[in-house]
Design a protein around this ligand. Structure first.
Ligand code: SAM
Length: 238
């Protein structure tokens, strides 16, 4: 049996949403190599009532529906073996995807990749989730950006992808992530491939020179230029 480096469990009311989304490229390879195991759980299967209800109207009135806490507590109890947060195994993290969460940054993904070996991703819907889930079960509340999605499923995909590619040996070449945007304080430099001349648009001459020191200098300058253009805020952190 494969000993997985990381297990990611996703809790959702729309398991079909995930389809084959984790069956491509780096994540697929990581799964096949035993680096990660990803399971999708239908929240409905953790309900105990006749109608298998996962949501209800909000106490205090107001619009919309709220995901009930009971199926989520049941799911965590089954998946982790306890819903006492202080008794979770040391490297287990229970993540609520939420626009109110801590912003997902490369450093956050890196921290999960380095520190965790079991991550449960809980996808909200409607107005959100009964706050008792947050109070009792959640170790990390994560937002993928300052906008509101209809559900946590796209956010779970983003979070899982950002983490899995940072797991040891997940990328084809160990150096592939080193120059990625946000690994330092710069965005990535521009990349080019064949053909050298496409409809009269040529690859920068320097990249054909074979002078690796000069190529490196050019890439750093381009990365800085791009960062100044699109993300001046990153340079303030230097
Ligand atoms: N009423 C909530 C609020 O204003 O904060 C928004 C609920 S949203 C329509 C439904 C679900 O989508 C949330 O519970 C969360 O799981 C997910 N979601 C929405 N935006 C998100 C974001 N930026 N990052 C992560 N998850 C998000």
């Amino acid at each position: 049996m494969l000993a997985f480096r990381m297990k990611i469990d996703v809790l959702t009311i729309f398991p079909e949403f995930f389809g084959a989304v984790f069956d491509f490229g780096i994540i697929r390879r990581a799964k096949l190599a035993g680096i990660v195991e990803i399971n999708i759980y239908d929240l409905r299967s953790f309900t105990t009532d006749k109608h298998r209800k996962t949501d209800d109207t909000p106490f205090g009135g107001g619009d919309g529906m709220v995901l009930k806490c009971e199926p989520i507590f049941n799911a965590i109890e089954q998946i982790i073996g306890t819903c006492e947060r202080e008794n979770y195994p040391k490297k287990t993290r229970v993540v609520l995807l939420s626009p109110q969460g801590k912003p997902l940054k490369q450093a956050v993904a890196r921290e999960f990749a380095d520190e965790a070996n079991h991550i449960v991703l809980i996808c909200g819907r409607y107005e959100g989730i009964d706050e008792r889930v947050n109070d009792a079960l959640i170790t990390d509340e994560i937002s993928i950006g300052d906008y509101v999605l209809s559900g946590g499923e796209p956010a779970a995909i983003v979070v899982a992808d950002a983490i899995v590619r940072l797991l040891p040996n997940a990328l084809g070449s160990e150096t592939s992530a080193v120059n990625d945007s946000f690994t330092g304080n710069l965005l990535d430099y521009p990349h080019y491939t064949q053909p050298r001349d496409f409809r009269g648009i040529e690859v920068p001459e320097i990249l054909l020179s074979g002078n690796h020191a000069e190529i490196e200098k050019w890439r750093q300058a381009k990365a800085l230029e791009k960062t100044r253009l699109n993300r001046k805020d990153l340079l303030n952190e230097i």
